[in-house]
Design a protein around this ligand. Structure first.
Ligand SMILES: [Mg+2]
Length: 262
């Protein structure tokens, strides 16, 4: 028995799919730009999306443009920057923005402050800032202190710690709010939500999906409010491929029985 056996059977046509990307669909790399999703998994995601009438969204800390590049040819609903930007199923964009003067002041302050820490850098995401320390792990505490100092002075911002990164984002933004917004709209509304993720930033998404009586799956170690668990990205891939294979067999059976009835 594998761990994925404990995940209940999924009704593909009735599910609203929400996937985190880094650490869930794609292995973590030293630099975010080196991350890829294997071609067979992207193909499987396209099939899941088709089976669910397009109710499949990537929900990530990355900007939507990066998600499109990573997941091509899949290009559907998506929430980027932890939900600060959201593209609905019609292709309309929804965004939460920091005021331009605040964003400019923060960019200047953070870029200046981070020069004190070797191997660390600031990523400007338009509506959020990510302080990366994967290549300077000895500076973790200093980077957290820097971020904490900023949110103390700017109450409209909150901290979002992740794996070797801490982000500063608008207080009203999280993955749970993004999923809740999708679930109000076609083709997601009325389906059972399923969210799978690996990091602290995914906990808000798990809470939301649990509240909607959906299925929540945590990838990898660490405490989580998710109800189910997979060990790593490889297990996620195997689980997705098995789902698609089952779907294929089901549609062959359905075609057969239709044919037999003629
Ligand atoms: Mg992740």
């Amino acid at each position: 028995m594998t761990l994925s056996d404990s995940i209940p059977p999924i009704m593909l046509a009735d599910t609203a799919w929400f996937f985190d990307v880094d650490g869930t669909l794609a292995g973590i790399e030293t630099r975010p730009e080196w991350v890829t999703i294997p071609a067979n998994i992207k193909e499987a995601l396209c099939k899941l999306s088709d089976a669910a009438n397009g109710a499949l969204a990537l929900v990530s800390g990355r900007p939507i443009a990066e998600l499109d590049t990573l997941s091509a040819p899949l290009r559907g609903p998506a929430a980027g920057v932890h939900g600060a930007k959201r593209r609905d199923a019609r292709g309309d964009l929804h965004r939460v923005a920091l005021s331009a003067p605040l964003a400019a002041a923060l960019a200047q302050e953070l870029k200046q402050a981070i020069t004190a820490f070797d191997g660390c850098h600031v990523e400007e995401k338009g509506v959020a800032f990510a302080l990366h320390y994967r290549q300077g792990p000895q500076h973790q505490e200093s980077i957290l202190a820097l971020a904490q100092d900023v949110v103390t002075r700017y109450p409209e911002l909150v901290l979002q710690p992740g794996k070797c990164v801490v982000e500063l984002k608008p207080a009203c933004v999280d993955k749970g709010a993004a999923i809740a917004a999708f679930m109000q709209e076609a083709p997601f509304a009325g389906r059972t939500p399923l969210f799978i993720g690996d990091d602290l930033t995914d906990e808000a998404g798990f809470k939301q999906v649990n509240a909607l009586r959906g299925i929540t799956i945590k990838v990898g170690p660490g405490n989580s409010v998710a109800r189910y668990h997979l060990d790593d990205v490889d297990q996620v891939h195997q689980w997705i491929l098995t789902l698609v294979e089952k779907q294929k067999n089901q549609s062959i059976k359905t075609k057969k029985s239709v044919g037999e009835g003629l």
